[in-house]
Write a protein that binds this ligand. Structure first.
Ligand code: FAD
Length: 333
């Protein structure tokens, strides 16, 4: 392998039931920045069936070229056909960098692709940079989040990484951007790794995504019980926000895991994050420190959460929150 033959950034565009996922637009934004630094192109690999209509959107969010790969076997995500398609995309484009979202799909797909291409993969990156000698610096928490490790792939190409949703920012949509759209004749071989998807059942309950919320009222172990979370819902209602939680609250069964903020939960960047009864462990802070305004309520004035908070209230949540809710109600009237 001559690593100098590899040029450009390839982004795997995740679509679910034909809808492009936000994380892919975020990765196009980051891919664009990296590509501009390297002086190369960004290619979006759009894989599925009847999905070419999304090509323009991908260009408007930063792609120079969209590789549209369509086949009946690619209608719903499954590991083998998507791996075959992505390997063909890499072999055709020869990119130096390939980015995936660290979603359930990206986490399934990226390792298969990297294994078939005999290259490395850094999972769950929280930042990506370029070194002076053009290498991708892939940074991620290690040893339980106690240190940040920066990983490089000096001898193999492409350099591959997964990035969690919400970590990178989308570029502003530019309706005037133009790019090349190529229908790639993908070939899917029905080999022994193939599985047949007989049916798909969508979760019926409409889940609200904490990553989309502009206001989050987040509770930790200090809330004390599932019932006590009622106060947080009342406050979130007044502020048109959602309720999220620390891992301690999720592990106690007070909140679903999809509402967990932090290293093993979601990364959020709301305009306002109100941390109630949360100590501010590094693994929690990693998921919320980018919030525009952070308000913390904690009865321990030495709690670490106050180090990241813009405004701190030292007090018992059971006393502070009812007061705050009443005051906001007066404003909302
Ligand atoms: P605690 O640390 O127990 O803090 C409770 C706080 O509430 C205290 O500061 C206390 O002073 C305050 N308090 C108590 N009663 C009241 C009251 N009445 N009024 C006001 N304040 C009160 N954690 C996450 O959150 N998200 C993650 O994704 C995550 N991933 C992890 C991954 C790994 C590999 C590891 C090792 C840990 C991870 N953790 C994560 C766990 C993390 O280290 C902490 O244990 C966790 O964040 C603590 O949650 P907490 O702040 O709610 O609870």
């Amino acid at each position: 392998m001559n690593i100098n033959d590899y040029k450009g950034v390839l982004v795997y565009v995740e679509q679910r039931f034909g809808e492009v996922q936000n994380v892919s637009l975020e990765l196009l934004g980051k891919g664009r920045k990296i590509a501009d630094e390297l002086g190369v192109h960004v290619v979006a690999a759009l894989i599925g069936k009847d999905i070419e209509k999304h090509s323009k959107l991908l260009v408007e969010y930063g792609a120079d070229k969209v590789l549209v790969m369509q086949d009946d076997n690619l209608e719903l995500y499954s590991t083998e056909p998507y791996t075959q398609a992505m390997v063909q995309a890499v072999n055709s484009e020869m990119p130096e960098i390939v980015l995936f979202g660290a979603t359930s799909i990206g986490r399934d797909l990226a390792p298969r692709v990297s294994a078939r291409l005999l290259t490395g993969l850094t999972a769950d990156c929280t930042s990506l940079d370029i070194s002076e000698d053009r290498m991708l610096l892939m940074t991620r928490p290690a040893f339980g989040g106690n240190i940040m490790a920066t990983i490089v792939s000096p001898d193999h190409r492409p350099q591959m990484s997964t990035v969690r949703p919400g970590v990178m920012t989308k570029m502003e949509r530019d309706h005037n951007r133009t790019g090349e759209i190529v229908n790639y004749p993908v070939k899917i071989e029905r080999n022994k790794n193939f599985i047949e998807v007989l049916s798909f059942e969508k979760e019926t309950e409409e889940k609200q995504d904490i990553q989309e919320a502009t206001v989050l009222v987040s509770g930790g172990r200090g809330i004390g019980s599932k019932d006590n979370f009622g106060l947080l819902y009342d406050l979130a209602d007044e502020l048109n926000g959602l309720v999220s939680a620390s891992r301690a609250a999720v592990d106690s069964g007070w909140m679903d895991h999809d509402r967990q903020v932090g290293q093993t939960g979601k990364t959020v960047r709301p305009n306002l994050y109100i941390a109630c009864g949360i100590s501010g462990a590094i693994q929690h802070v990693a998921g919320m420190e980018e919030a525009e305004l952070i308000i913390a309520v904690n009865k321990d004035k030495g709690a670490k959460i106050f180090e990241v908070a813009d405004l701190g209230i030292v007090g018992d949540v059971q006393k502070v929150l009812p007061f705050v809710i009443e005051e906001i109600k007066k404003i909302n009237l």
